[in-house]
Design a protein around this ligand. Sequence first.
Ligand code: DC
Length: 226
Amino acid sequence: MALPRTVAIDGPAGAGKSSICRVVARDLGYLFVDTGAFYRAVTLAVIRAGLLDADDAAIIRLTSQLNLDIVPQHDQYAVLLNGEDVTQAIQQSGVDANVSRISAISGVRAVLNEKYRQLAARGPVIMAGRDIGTVVLPQADLKIYLDASPEARAERRYRQRIAGGQQANYDEILSSLRSRDASDSQREVDPLRRPSDATYVHTDDLDIESAIRQVKQIILNWQPAH
Ligand code: DC
């Protein structure tokens, strides 16, 4: 049975892309690439370099100098920024608050899109983000759009943070998600869009296991085009 070599997953922040795809990728033998991770790692690097108020050119220059990688690690994956494991650090609220602005810079996107295409060329990959099926891998074998309401997504983020021992405030998370939704879908470069050829999955009423099962089924039912 042939499986798709490239699976593109798009959808808004908190729709469950990473929690679902991490497990699906592990079970079906894919590398999972969460493309928000590099946008977050670049944002962290910008914060650390004190460049939040710098012009776009300086931010693009910094981005092109960064060594970014995603490597599998104990059932999960680690995000490396110049060799440092920043998997936890990129989930901080300071990164959340600034990642939309950084990811709206087209020069930053050009650098990261190239890195992502190289990662996809390494082997069977499930790549998740906002513009994977539309821009990064428009020729992906299979495209899935994962959706959920803002309230359901905020609730999940809240629980994730609490479970991870972090402080969390539901209302703040909801309002930050809403403003991120607005900037992710209204920005001029590569806005969040549902690819016309994507299979649509709405996860509000699905628990994580059912969502995983559904996405796996879509991948397993895939038929190569003749
Ligand atoms: O999925 P996430 O919350 O980790 O993504 C963080 C931010 O990165 C999100 O607000 C928009 C941006 N992003 C993007 O612009 N393009 C992608 N392919 C993935 C993420």
